[in-house]
Write a protein that binds this ligand. Structure first.
Ligand code: ADP
Ligand code: ZN
Length: 525
């Protein structure tokens, strides 16, 4: 039994200064303190750290924490030391002197927590070091890194299954904020955590309002969000590329907003300065690639805006989850358009890796697109993706203004017929613009050059506007009724599109919310 002074609740009060456990923290901590293995799924900001920190303090020996976030180790250790917890880390950023000191402290039992980069555990000398000390538990943070798709640290994480063979009696706790049912099963299998108890917290973030709108004039849309709803608030604006990060940050600064750029191409000093200002000052807007945010613990981020489409629902959830950690109302806003879909499909086509890998990326994108195009509650759809049930939330955009659907079968047939005709001229590249020009019957130079005014579909689509047609094409892409091919953004028919062309398959489309009059002006003539 534990000495009375080290009961978890007392550690929580005395060391961390908190009154009560949150959610399942108490159960998890009891289970691990008692020597059980655990797999913990908890959304970002849910309080995962305490789930291994307190058992590490309550059990004899040192808690060994495996984390890929090397850049954060120093901060984490400093924060723990400030609370009187004896913490240290071993990673590649350290000098030999510092390393030796930490190693000596570990062996002497003078540490409560030791943070390790995962690659350390593939080095025999580290394993021998661990043999010389007494270990309270192993915590494996960011455990989804072991899963199959696209994770940089995967080989290091796969090696972690050996911890169990080498130290069968030491409890292990794996933690992640991103896991579908499938990923969870994979984590348990790969880390040899078959006996572990699973703790799955709700992924619902009720204080976050999810909104996804068509990208028309992204800068104007972003400014409207800032001006009308988030004046003076701290927030994150995510962009896909470094270049658009720079340009967007400059634009916002020019408009009088305190915006800072953050991406992997900036030098380390600028990055850490910008990050520090974001954390320390009020109302700073961080314009960033997804390189920014892992492990950032800023409670009052009031909005997360995506100017480009995230590659997966996991990514979207993780990034939007950085808003509203303090529980106060916050906005997750995303603008996306046809060009996003085309670009991402193309990136997947062009990516290295085998077919299976590309197919996985495609599935992830499809799930993200389904979330964008849904007419149901966004939150319900998001939770369903993580295998959790929920009621319509009444707070997301689709709950507040339910989008209409319309029978887009004829429109779809028109687009697909046009693609079919253009498909015969495969040596040429024709993007969405050409399809729209043909449907609207516009005799542009490019239409005339290729005699597209001779096609039977020329001018058959004047009942819709250019914007409407782009929306139709976007949704056909999202529904897999159209594909994008090759280096150029060429459209192709798919197996599914044949059903629409030849088998009377109906197509239901979502009507985009009406836009402001001035941006509606580019209709056909
Ligand atoms: P995660 O790793 O799940 O993203 P953290 O462990 O960093 O989350 O915790 C998020 C924030 O919540 C931290 O500031 C942490 O101190 C705080 N926190 C965690 N548990 C509690 C609790 N029981 N009571 C109050 N604050 C807590
Ligand atoms: Zn809703």
């Amino acid at each position: 039994m534990l000495p009375v002074a080290t009961q978890p609740i007392e550690v929580l009060n005395r060391v961390f200064g908190y009154d009560a456990f949150r959610g399942e923290q108490a159960e998890i901590i009891d289970h691990v303190t008692g020597g059980g293995d655990a797999l913990v799924l908890m959304p970002t900001g849910g309080g995962k750290s305490l789930c291994y920190q307190i058992p590490a303090l309550a059990r004899p020996g040192v808690g060994v924490v495996v984390s890929p976030l090397i850049a954060l180790m120093q901060d984490q250790v400093d924060a723990l030391r400030a609370l009187g917890v004896r913490a240290g880390f071993l990673n590649s950023t350290q000098g030999p002197e510092e390393r030796r000191e930490t190693e000596a402290a570990f062996v002497a039992g003078e540490l409560d927590l030791l943070y390790l980069a995962p690659e350390r555990l593939r080095v025999e000398s580290t394993l021998r070091l661990l043999d010389r000390g007494s270990i309270a538990l192993f915590a494996i943070d960011e455990a989804h890194c072991v899963a199959q798709w696209g994770h940089d640290f995967r080989p290091d994480y796969l090696a972690l299954s050996e911890l169990h063979q080498r130290w069968p009696d030491i409890p292990r706790i794996a933690l992640t904020a991103t896991a579908t049912e499938a990923t969870r099963t994979e984590i348990a299998a790969r880390l040899d955590l078959t006996e572990a108890r699973h703790f799955v917290a709700s992924f619902d973030r009720p204080n976050i309002q999810y909104r996804i709108e068509p990208k028309n004039e992204p800068r104007r849309q972003l400014i409207e969000l800032l001006k009308n709803e988030h004046a003076g608030d701290a927030g994150i604006v995510y962009c896909l590329s470094r270049a658009s990060v720079e340009k967007t940050a400059e634009f916002l600064t020019g408009q009088g907003y305190p915006a800072l750029p953050y991406h992997a191409g900036l030098d380390a000093r600028t990055r850490s300065e910008n990050q520090a200002r974001f954390l320390r000052e009020d109302g700073v807007i961080m314009v960033a690639t997804i390189a920014f945010g892992m492990g950032i613990d800023k409670p009052d981020v009031r909005f997360v805006a995506h100017l480009d489409l995230p590659k997966s629902v996991e990514g979207y959830y993780q990034e939007t989850g950085r808003a509203g950690r303090d529980g106060l109302p916050s906005t997750a806003w995303l603008a996306y358009g046809l060009a996003d879909v085309v670009q991402q499909r193309k990136m997947i086509n062009d990516s290295d890796g085998d077919l299976a890998h590309r197919r996985r990326l495609s599935q992830h994108l499809d799930a993200m697109l389904a979330l964008c195009e849904t007419v149901e509650c966004r939150r319900t759809q998001l939770l369903a993706y993580f295998g959790q049930a929920g009621e319509p939330c009444g707070n997301c955009d689709t709950c507040l203004t339910p989008p209409e659907t319309w029978d887009g079968t004829v429109a779809a047939q028109k687009v697909l017929s046009t693609v079919y005709r253009l498909d015969k001229e495969r040596r040429q590249r024709f993007g969405a613009g050409q399809i729209v020009d043909i449907l609207l019957g516009r005799r542009t130079p490019k239409v005339e050059q290729f005699s597209h005014d001779q096609l039977s579909v020329f001018g058959v689509g004047t009942e819709l506007t250019e914007a409407d047609w782009r929306t139709v094409i976007r949704q056909l892409l999202a529904q897999g009724l159209l594909a994008v091919e090759g280096t150029y953004q060429t459209f192709l028919l798919t197996e599914l599109s044949r059903g629409v062309l030849y088998e009377n398959r109906t197509v239901s489309l979502r009507r985009d919310p009406p836009r402001q009059a001035k941006s509606r002006s580019r209709t056909s003539s």
